[in-house]
Design a protein around this ligand. Structure first.
Ligand SMILES: [Zn+2]
Length: 133
């Protein structure tokens, strides 16, 4: 049983609102090519929001350079994300989704920096950056 998300749209509605890469990542559990997102190099202070529903997910303070080719954070904003065990591709990984719309964001791995030791490996296509002035 999974709780019903506050935002529950049909696939047709999502396809109208998202571009093909955003839809592939958020709604089809896709992964963008490494080093392809302009958000990899985003270092300004601000908030990373869900590209699907606009919910604030990560503060730029928790972003760090992991070298993986995907935007990486050591912690999400409180209650912003959910995690699900993902057994696809013959691996056991922990999938990270947006708590509000259920969109797939990426995975979390236990090899991040302190203070959490976690690496939230996110698809830039699933995020929208808003600079804090
Ligand atoms: Zn969302």
């Amino acid at each position: 049983m999974t709780a019903k998300k506050p935002i529950d749209k049909s696939d047709e509605e999502w396809r109208r609102e998202l571009d093909p890469l955003q839809h592939h990542v958020l709604r089809d559990h896709g992964t963008e090519r490494p080093f392809s997102s302009p958000l990899n190099n985003e270092k300004r202070p601000g908030i990373f929001r869900c590209a699907g529903c606009g919910e604030p997910l990560f503060d730029s303070k928790t972003k760090y350079e992991s070298g993986s080719g995907w935007p990486s954070f050591y912690a999400p904003l409180p209650d912003a994300t959910d995690t699900v065990v993902d057994r696809s591709h013959f691996m056991v990984r922990t999938e990270v989704t947006c708590a509000k719309c259920g969109g797939h964001l990426g995975h979390v791995f236990p090899d991040g920096p302190q203070p959490t030791g976690e690496r939230y490996c996110m698809n830039g296509a699933a995020l929208k950056f808003e600079e804090k002035k």
